[in-house]
Design a protein around this ligand. Structure first.
Ligand code: AMP
Length: 304
């Protein structure tokens, strides 16, 4: 089983214990999912498709991916650019984020349709997100969607997390339109209800699921924080309860780690409900620790 995630991984500067000092890390939504996949499902081949620069920081990112067990053969280099950066500020325990990603190399990841097709031809399960689409120029969004459509026609399974981030888009309308185009090339959608309700005015998780089914998705999994996860497969709907925590430490990468748990279950032949149950256990552990990439003992993937 070969898994390919597509998107942007950024350099992260997070406050360290010493005031005024920052620790360098790397994170980004689809990348976080790839990282967790490599940790919990070492039997799956995990690859990442992005673009980085040729500078030392870009090399460090590539080395970090490789050390994490991620195949970097689909990482392109662009000598004129470097990786995007974000810095986390802490104000009385509240985190806020500043971004420098407008010119990041990842924005060129879909410049070469042949490279996209080649990387996808090697994969069984291909994962992208609304953020992957948002960072691309409009014509490159179309290039990526076309490549995904063709990969799907050739039998690859396409999975999509809408990951709605209106600040990355030209307008809410462009976001909504392009997200539904992303859904139209996908077999699996993994939306988060809170975001979908805000931007698509869905009254219930079931309405979210129905909208993605209507767009042509076969399997929809609607995350909803501590509330049950709703899933839909064709006509069949079901729910998986979440063992809710009263207090979470940091919700960063809750959805990303959930997706990894779900894909790990999918890749090892688990039923939909069992895959979601494992995804809940994994994300439940992740939200109890600070940061996107949690190095704690993660719950083991049940044998498929
Ligand atoms: P979200 O993207 O916020 O909907 O969260 C993704 C997943 O993280 C959820 O489906 C849950 O499995 C898990 N999660 C989020 N918040 C909590 C919580 N308070 N307690 C336990 N699990 C949670």
């Amino acid at each position: 089983m070969r898994f390919l995630a597509i998107g942007e991984c950024m350099a992260e500067l997070a406050p360290s214990d010493a005031p005024g000092e920052y620790r360098l890390g790397f994170a980004g939504d689809t990348f976080n999912t790839a990282w967790y996949m490599a940790r919990v499902a070492p039997q799956v081949s995990v690859a990442y498709l992005t673009a980085v620069g040729e500078d030392r920081l870009s090399q460090s990112l590539t080395e970090f991916m490789q050390a994490s067990g991620i195949d970097t053969r689909a990482v392109q280099t662009n000598a004129d650019r470097t990786v995007g950066l974000y810095l986390i500020s802490l104000d009385n325990g509240e985190r806020s984020f500043s971004y420098w990603r407008g010119q990041s190399a990842a924005r060129t990841l879909a410049d070469d349709p042949e490279r996209l097709a080649r990387a996808m031809s090697d994969a069984d399960l291909i994962y992208f997100s609304g953020i992957t689409l948002a960072i691309l120029a409009p014509d490159k969004r179309a290039t990526l969607l076309k490549a995904l459509r063709e990969a799907r026609a050739q039998g690859r399974t396409i999975a999509f997390d809408p990951n709605l981030r209106p600040r990355l888009w030209e307008s809410p309308d462009v976001m909504r339109n392009t997200i539904m185009q992303g859904a139209a090339v996908s077999d699996i959608a993994l939306p988060s209800f809170e975001d979908e309700a805000s931007w698509f005015a869905d009254a219930t998780p079931r309405a979210t699921a129905q909208r993605y089914l209507d767009a042509g998705v076969m399997t929809v999994v609607v995350k909803n924080g501590p509330s049950p996860v709703l899933y839909a497969e064709g006509e069949r709907f079901g729910e998986v309860p979440v063992t809710a925590l009263d207090r979470v430490t940091d919700t960063t990468a809750a959805g990303d780690s959930f997706n990894a748990g779900f894909f790990a279950g999918h890749a090892t032949g688990q039923s939909l409900a069992d895959g979601i149950t494992y995804a809940c256990a994994l994300s439940r552990e992740v939200v109890q620790h600070r940061g996107a990439l949690v190095d704690a003992d993660l719950p083991p993937l049940p044998k498929g």
